[in-house]
Design a protein around this ligand. Sequence first.
Ligand SMILES: Cc1cc2nc3c(=O)[nH]c(=O)nc-3n(C[C@H](O)[C@H](O)[C@H](O)COP(=O)(O)OP(=O)(O)OC[C@H]3O[C@@H](n4cnc5c(N)ncnc54)[C@H](O)[C@@H]3O)c2cc1C
Ligand code: SF4
Length: 590
Amino acid sequence: MKASYDVIVIGSGFGGSVAACRMAQSACSVGVLERGKSYETMNSFPRDWSDPLNGWLWSVGQGLFDVRPFEEMTVVQGAGLGGGSLIYANVHLRAPEDVFTSGWPQGYTRAALDPYYDLVAYMLDINPITRSHSLGIPTKTELMKRIAERLGRSQQFCYPNIAVDLSAPGTNHQNKFGVDQQGCRFCGECDIGCNVHAKNTLDLNYLALARKHGAEIGTLCEVTGIRPRQSGGSNYVVTYKDHGDGGTERQCEAKYVFVCCGAVNSTELLLRCRDIDQTLPNISRRLGYGYSGNGDFLAFAFNTKEPFKPSEGPTITTGIVYSRTDGGSDTWFIFEEGGYPKEVGGIVQLLNPREDWFHHSEVLTREAFRQAFRHKAQNKGGFQDPRSDNSAVFLAMGRDLADGLIELHPVSKTARIRWNTPGNLPLYRAEERFSTDVAEAMGGDVAFNPLWRLFHVPVTVHNLGGCLMADSPHLGVVDPSGEVYGHQNLFVLDGAILPKATGSNPSHTIAAVAERCVEAIVQRIPQKSGWRAPEMSSATHIKDPLSSIAIPAGGTIPTATRPPLSLGNTQRSVADSIAEIIGRLSGRSN
Ligand SMILES: Cc1cc2nc3c(=O)[nH]c(=O)nc-3n(C[C@H](O)[C@H](O)[C@H](O)COP(=O)(O)OP(=O)(O)OC[C@H]3O[C@@H](n4cnc5c(N)ncnc54)[C@H](O)[C@@H]3O)c2cc1C
Ligand code: SF4
């Protein structure tokens, strides 16, 4: 990497890739600093099933998955060139109009964002699985359609758009940015990286285009600090650890700096700059507030009557929306089927209720649970399992309260998350009941993420918030174009700036917001006042599948599974109320 650029982009996920591409297209010199590895060559994703430490984990040799087991939330994020797109399930859905009616800065409406959603759709080439494919429709996709019918929820069923190349598998062809890709071969490995580049990941489009326009990309470059430059033409000095060179500390300078490390990491980096290094002291006191896990809820069905085949087809292909007022709370979530590679079939069976693998007596603490899981997974030996075909995984996500807090631990000075599980219980409980309905409609046994079942710790893959976008520094950290209040030419452009949960999968919104912000940023540069992304003229309007969902007056039907024990008209279980009281006493509620 050079010592100086017009623009430094830190991180290369949905926000960072958009920023790098558009700033490079507007004739700025751009340097991208990404902490993870590049997977731009086909067949470079980790596949060593015998060694969980070989390429899989960020914490061990800068691998692909960054798993952070915080006390009140387990966070999973991607690390690598292309960020979360490398391991995500490809789903692109727009946030429905009512998401924007509160909490967002002025000017943000669904109508205002639609042209940018269309632009992202063009760049990432999104389609529903029902677009004709030589392998037909996956078994689980067909089954989910029948399940929606059985549950009386056909009108809320949809095929989300996915950023997957649905052309014939097996041969290379160039995408519209001149990068080699292949058609999807239905292998179910999307969440561990697509080795044939059938996923339209960000390195194959936005970042490839950024490079064509001169951007330089440094991988294994983990940024550790940002400080204003006291004199000279550049405004900021960015320091980073070069993991490709034994962790050597380096620095480079730029006029514009874009922090795009994902919600948790961007917030953590800025907290360190404000409070530990004290290099960015003017950042709003709201930094860290408004964290959301996007209502993520993980569930399973085992021993289903009809085959689900979780390892056939892209990871997510369908969704069913639930929207009603439950016990005084407005509850909105989308329930999506999932999938996993056949090699992890045996490990997933550890959660099969008929296996009775985990006895409460041996997993009284989270550490004991981790050890028990590791031990049993090792004893499992072979990984594939014939029962996999009749096992299903589900991910629900919804509009949580977005009232979490990311702060620095007073001793370790690393991030920790305070999460209001009690306040968000009505949403989680509805997702739990819905999952039970679906598992039972499949003639199977429901199971939940064990960390949730045993310790009430949710797992999220959709981190949002922490550096909220707002109309004033009293309400948020960045202005409506992503510029940090109090620090000119320093921007945050990623999931951290979304002011509330999108409810649906957020990447499409993160990228669309980044497109809108970066257009405004470029237009402020002298002689660029009319600038628009060159691809804007090729983008056509796409109908989002959620806009065809019909929600009856009074809401979607309640779940057949009833809440365990209701308390008057609040319809909340005694256990939930006790959990809330404990939460309050322990100071978890913000
Ligand atoms: C298994 C899984 C499945 C998912 N499926 C979907 C889906 O189907 N649809 C959807 O919308 N969303 C999905 N998501 C969520 C999606 O991946 C995220 O919402 C999205 O990637 C967030 O975009 P971002 O720009 O905020 O950050 P990210 O995409 O996380 O990018 C941040 C980047 O910054 C880098 N970085 C972090 N710290 C530093 C540092 N200090 N220095 C340099 N670089 C740094 C990271 O390595 C990463 O590349 C999924 C996530 C996971 C884990
Ligand atoms: S199923 Fe997923 S991982 Fe497999 S080829 Fe298709 S896009 Fe790639």
